[in-house]
Ligand binder design. Structure first.
Ligand SMILES: *[C@@H]1O[C@H](CO)[C@@H](O)[C@H](O)[C@H]1NC(C)=O
Ligand SMILES: *[C@@H]1O[C@H](CO)[C@@H](O)[C@H](O)[C@H]1NC(C)=O
Ligand SMILES: *[C@@H]1O[C@H](CO)[C@@H](O)[C@H](O)[C@H]1NC(C)=O
Ligand SMILES: *[C@@H]1O[C@H](CO)[C@@H](O)[C@H](O)[C@H]1NC(C)=O
Ligand SMILES: *[C@@H]1O[C@H](CO)[C@@H](O)[C@H](O)[C@H]1NC(C)=O
Ligand SMILES: *[C@@H]1O[C@H](CO)[C@@H](O)[C@H](O)[C@H]1NC(C)=O
Ligand SMILES: *[C@@H]1O[C@H](CO)[C@@H](O)[C@H](O)[C@H]1NC(C)=O
Ligand SMILES: CC(=O)N[C@H]1CO[C@H](CO)[C@@H](O)[C@@H]1O
Length: 546
């Protein structure tokens, strides 16, 4: 795959043609709002600009919007040095991989062994050190990416409080999305969503337990992939649940998500869930076939939409239109109701699994720290710290999720009650749910509006990908979030369409999502109200030191 890619693109650059200007004599500067890995690579290869230029341009863009949107908690102080090294390697004819010299931001719960903090947005972990890079960070670096910085998030990946807001962390402040003033960025990968959407990096990594990639991806007009649990290693990522956590790309195009997923997927002895990956990692780039909808069989759980959708909403109207698009592209779209849906919606199974896993998984993350200034070792310690450290905004932002885990549920994932809850979650899916309809009706995927999609995949560790579907009309009412500090929906706010699949079928889902994206190009139809102005040309022309 890599070889094929580089052959194609070498022939492209030798003719000095850029993907955004086929037929022009000279490569052009891609606009950073919609630059792609391929367009940046062409520019880097042709020496029109360097990775140092890219790091400077992105850092300036972050500085332009960060005081309003609060997206990035810290820049990598070594990013320029790393870029210089990668530029040097490139000029010596060496390429580490498809991400060579491409700046990527990562969520502030994915650890790096460098000068950056990994906090999940909590002051309890500021200054804590890890023994090595997380596997995700290592794989990004091996593929040549520049880790540009860390993105703000819903604190503890939204697993602390019942009275907080998406995108708020004590350490990072409140993230806002850019399609409406004070827009709820959704979460918990909030900063990763806003950053990719505004071109503050080529793309970003997020993490998802249930919705934390696909939801901020939809609210920020992006593509997001939550891979099958175990396709991407969770080693040295601050956890919620080993049974549901997964790390994935958030990008402006399906193809860029495929490139990044290719770089980060794979077996890792430090996360033994990855040993379940069947066979070789698939070729996600090759999966990007514009004709993939032709002959595909796609299911719609109509009863899930009746139970959880908002009747007559712009999302549902756009969803119905999407069915026509898919049928016109040759897909067989059928009804595939989840007969277990009502029972699953009433069940406490998922929250019980998360509570139980968090107690154990958090303790094992903390046990790996090589330096731990606040000396927190357990969820009880973290809770005590949070309740007594003023910047954590307790009690206005409560700790009810932890209180429930520690004092109401009380048991963790070593308890027999855990297995009962977990097996029940699996059964909802295999007997009348997502995995059942996929196998019984021989579906390639199930589709749902993204706002009601994630849980059906999350509880069984199945993959999900969201692509832009539409946005609220200009006369839409402004609705606040429950805390009352953010605009949850309103004019211009984007939403997405999700493809859910059987485990390890990312290749299929990427194909369907790519074909849908290419047919619709919804991302280009809606613009943020706030766009950073710095472009690569400003850095190259005005000089790197201005
Ligand atoms: C982002 O904005 C916050 C709030 O203004 C600031 O504290 C932080 O240093 C900024 N980060 C970067 C990387 O500019
Ligand atoms: C990490 O946190 C410490 C303590 O707040 C701070 O001094 C340091 O600058 C942070 N690192 C980066 C790269 O921002
Ligand atoms: C997976 O790894 C964890 C710790 O790394 C270990 O406790 C557990 O027993 C392992 N499970 C299997 C099935 O190997
Ligand atoms: C599926 O669910 C919808 C909505 O609840 C219902 O109208 C329809 O009859 C169901 N179809 C089948 C085949 O059960
Ligand atoms: C999990 O529960 C068991 C049984 O109650 C207990 O021995 C163990 O310490 C708990 N683990 C954590 C990390 O709290
Ligand atoms: C939630 O936070 C808001 C804003 O600080 C506050 O007005 C409200 O009383 C809080 N609710 C609870 C139940 O603590
Ligand atoms: C870049 O975005 C603009 C505005 O959204 C759009 O018109 C243009 O077609 C996009 N270019 C590419 C190469 O996607
Ligand atoms: C780490 C960091 O930069 N935190 C800052 C983020 O923004 C808030 C304001 O919204 C500041 O108070 C934090 O210090």
């Amino acid at each position: 795959m890599l070889l094929l890619y580089f052959t194609i693109f070498t022939s492209v650059t030798s003719r000095h043609i850029s993907p955004e200007g086929w037929g022009q004599a000279q490569p052009t500067f891609p606009r950073l709002m919609n630059a792609t890995i391929e367009s940046l690579t062409v520019g880097l290869e042709s020496k029109l600009f360097s990775s140092v230029d890219l790091v400077i341009a992105y850092a300036r863009r972050i500085a332009e919007v960060n005081s309003t949107l609060n997206v990035v908690t810290e820049l990598n102080p070594d990013a320029l040095e790393i870029a210089k090294q990668l530029d040097l390697e490139r000029s010596n004819g060496k390429s580490r991989g498809v991400l060579h010299g491409i700046p990527i931001l990562i969520k502030n719960n994915i650890a790096t062994m460098d000068r950056m903090n990994n906090t999940a947005g909590s002051w309890a972990l500021v200054g804590a050190k890890v023994p090595r890079d997380s596997t995700m960070a290592r794989k990004l670096r091996e593929a040549g990416a520049i880790i540009l910085g860390k993105t703000n998030l819903s604190q503890w990946a939204n697993f602390r409080s019942q009275n907080s807001s998406n995108g708020w962390s004590a350490y990072g402040g409140q993230v806002y999305a850019a399609y409406y003033p004070k827009q709820d960025p959704s979460g918990s990968s909030s900063g990763s969503g806003v950053a990719s959407s505004l071109g503050l990096a080529l793309g970003s990594l997020g993490t998802e337990t249930d919705g934390s990639i696909v939801s901020p991806a939809e609210k920020n007009n992006l593509v997001g992939i939550k891979p099958t649990v175990g396709l991407t290693s969770r080693a040295l990522v601050i956890p919620i649940s080993e049974h549901q956590d997964s790390i994935g790309p958030m990008t402006r195009t399906v193809k860029d998500a495929a490139y990044i997923l290719q770089a980060i997927a794979g077996i890792d002895p430090a996360d033994n869930y990855t040993s379940a990956i069947p066979g070789k990692i698939r070729n996600y780039l090759k999966a990007c076939n514009p004709l993939a909808l032709s002959g595909a069989k796609i299911g719609i759980p109509r009863n899930v939409i009746s139970l959880t959708g908002t009747k007559g909403s712009p999302e549902l109207i756009a969803f119905e239109k999407a069915l026509t698009t898919m049928r016109n592209a040759g897909a067989d779209v059928v009804v595939s109701n989840f007969t277990s849906a009502s029972a699953q919606l009433m069940s406490q199974g998922e929250i019980q699994v998360l509570n139980a896993d968090f107690i154990v998984n958090l303790a094992s993350y903390l046990a790996q720290l090589t330096s731990n200034p606040t000396n927190v070792k357990s969820l009880s310690d973290v809770r005590q710290f949070t309740q007594s450290f003023p910047l954590e905004e307790y009690p206005s932002r409560d700790t009810k999720i932890w209180d429930q885990a520690l004092f109401t549920q009380k048991w963790n994932n070593t308890d027999p009650r855990f297995w009962k809850a977990y097996q029940q979650n699996l059964k909802y899916s295999s007997d009348g749910g997502l995995l059942d309809v996929i196998s019984r009706q021989k579906l390639d995927a199930v589709i749902l509006p993204t706002s009601i999609a994630s849980s059906w995949a999350a509880t069984v560790g199945a993959p999900i990908i969201t692509v832009p579907l539409g946005f609220y009309p200009l006369n839409a009412p402004v609705k606040k979030n429950t805390r009352g500090n953010l605009v949850a929906s309103g004019p211009n706010v984007p939403f997405g369409l999700s493809f859910l699949g059987a485990k390890w079928t990312e290749e299929k889902l990427i194909g369907l999502a790519y074909a849908f994206e290419q047919k619709t190009l919804v991302r280009n139809m809606v613009q943020p109200y706030l766009v950073p102005k710095t472009e690569i040309a400003d850095v190259v022309k005005k000089g790197r030191h201005s």
